[in-house]
Write a protein that binds this ligand. Structure first.
Ligand code: HEC
Ligand code: HEC
Ligand code: HEC
Ligand code: HEC
Length: 396
């Protein structure tokens, strides 16, 4: 019975809440949250190679914003530019995907900076189809857009000359922090130069912030406004986008489409491998059985399975460190053409075995730390420590 009553009462009380609380809280609101990104550099999501660097990704960003919509309101969502991927086929797919996602997330303004100018036609077209509110220095786009939030009138501009009286003026640009400090007329400057600013810089009237490189964290600058919408003060925090954040499933679907398109690109690049340089572990085993057994128990032996598990086994950007000789003559090409070269096998460290087999007396190049560092980078393997890691793969 009680359950029944609450079930019936709940929608009604919620309606009351919406009717009476929304307009009031809007008018009285003295806070404006500027949520900003910048310098994403095509990063759709982190690789997940290590828990320590597993931060960022637009599915988490969108999930976070949806889940905390109320507490973040009223808010303004801005990307200061340099979000585009490289000017390569895969890089362009990233750029397209990001713009689609920006459309879903509903950015109030997205700036075009140097990386976008390199793929100008693409970003212009995709922004148009996804109804992105672009601010850009190039023709065909607005240099600035106006937005109203509660009692605040805001201008978001990418043109240092384009500011307005009686508005909160926000400049979005990829100039350096040092140059931003010389700027006048701006209440807030959001940078996409890729420089990290732990805390906002206050210079005369400007508050300068900088998008976290590759979007590992999202910046939240909360402005305190007076009755006339002028800035009285501010606070700032970084929201890390760790794997504890629930992803937006709609964005995940767009990322899956991206994965499928990357897989198609990759398949097109599949070639018949005629050259034989790398022989694969099956040709080492006959003479080095004990070594092969030890290797078989190491994580290197499961490197390709790790990609399959996260459905990234058709992404060349991942494959390159999880196989033997990717991109080299006679190296791994695909699971179909060169299945024997999947995983981080003997020859990934010892070099192609062709000459060794031709003359077993010939000494092989000694394996040094520089070999490991080709794959164990700061981003992909932050815990890498040569003596410790060497001990774990010891087979000699
Ligand atoms: C036909 C047998 C045979 C095959 C096949 C073979 N090896 Fe060897 N390998 C040898 C012999 C013999 C030596 C030299 C003697 C020794 O030190 O064990 C050697 C030495 C080595 C060494 C040490 C070289 C040095 O300079 O210290 C490495 C590393 C090595 N092999 C890797 C490989 C790899 C990788 C493969 C597969 C691509 C492979 N071997 C295939 C027989 C073979
Ligand atoms: C071709 C790229 C590549 C090279 C070269 C390489 N590794 Fe790795 N390594 C990987 C990958 C990928 C993994 C993760 C495999 C997995 O679990 O999917 C890994 C995992 C490891 C692990 C397991 C880490 C752990 O915490 O248990 C150790 C240890 C390791 N590598 C040591 C080395 C050492 C030492 C070298 C140099 C002598 C080296 N690796 C060279 C790609 C490489
Ligand atoms: C520059 C080389 C490199 C690239 C590129 C790379 N990886 Fe890795 N990956 C590694 C190394 C090294 C490790 C092992 C890290 C460690 O344990 O220290 C690893 C580990 C992993 C693991 C195992 C994590 C675990 O703890 O079980 C997964 C999954 C993975 N990578 C997925 C990917 C995906 C997906 C991509 C592409 C988006 C990718 N990797 C690109 C080098 C790379
Ligand atoms: C992750 C890198 C890595 C992988 C993978 C790897 N090795 Fe090694 N291997 C080393 C290192 C490091 C040494 C020790 C330093 C050296 O001798 O160059 C070594 C040493 C050796 C030696 C020389 C032993 C001696 O007595 O001097 C042989 C033989 C060898 N490895 C064979 C293999 C075979 C066969 C495989 C594949 C089953 C393999 N290794 C996989 C890194 C690797």
């Amino acid at each position: 019975m009680i359950q029944l009553i609450t079930k019936r009462l709940l929608p009604f009380s919620m309606l009351l809440f919406i009717l009476f609380s929304t307009p009031a809280s809007y008018g009285e609101s003295r806070e404006l949250n500027i949520i900003y990104t910048g310098s994403l550099q095509g990063e759709l999501e982190p690789c997940g190679c290590s828990p320590k660097t597993d931060f960022g990704g637009v599915a988490r960003l969108s999930g976070y914003l949806k889940e905390h919509k109320e507490e973040l309101s009223p808010h303004l969502l801005v990307d200061a530019g340099n979000f585009a991927g490289d000017d390569t086929p895969q890089g362009k797919l990233k750029t397209e995907t990001l713009l689609k996602v920006y459309g879903i997330i509903g950015y109030d303004a997205v700036a075009f900076s140097a990386r976008e100018k390199a793929v100008q036609d693409l970003v212009a077209e995709i922004s148009h189809t996804n109804k992105i509110s672009v601010v850009s220095g190039s023709s065909g786009h607005a240099g600035a857009v106006s937005v109203k939030r509660g009692n605040a009138d805001i201008l978001i501009s990418t043109d240092p000359q384009l500011h307005a009286l009686d508005k909160i003026n926000i400049l979005v640009t990829d100039i350096q922090v040092s140059d931003a400090q010389a700027m006048k007329h701006w209440d807030v400057i959001i940078l996409s130069s890729g420089e990290k600013l732990e805390e906002p810089l206050k210079k005369e009237k400007s508050i300068i912030v900088s998008g976290y490189p590759k979007g590992k964290e999202v910046g939240i600058l909360s402005l305190h406004l007076d009755d006339s919408g002028k800035i009285k003060g501010y606070k700032h925090r970084w929201q890390p986008l760790g794997n504890d954040i629930r992803e937006d499933t709609e964005v995940r679907k767009v990322l899956q489409e991206y994965d499928a398109r990357v897989a198609r690109l990759y398949k097109e690049a599949e070639t018949v491998v005629s050259e034989i340089n790398y022989l694969g572990i099956s040709s080492c085993t006959e003479c080095h059985q004990p070594f092969a057994e030890i290797w078989g128990k190491s994580r290197h032996a499961g490197a390709f399975a790790s990609l399959e598990k996260v459905e990234k086994a058709s992404d060349p950007e991942c494959i390159k460190c999880h196989v033997v000789g990717f991109g080299e003559a006679g190296g791994f090409n695909s699971m179909k053409t060169t299945p024997g070269l999947a995983n981080v096998q003997c020859e990934a460290c010892h070099g192609a075995g062709k000459e060794h087999l031709a003359n077993l007396e010939l000494p092989l190049n000694p394996v040094t730390v520089s070999e490991c560092l080709k794959c164990h980078t700061g981003e992909n393997s932050p815990d890498f420590n040569y003596p410790v890691y060497l001990e774990k793969i010891k087979h000699w």
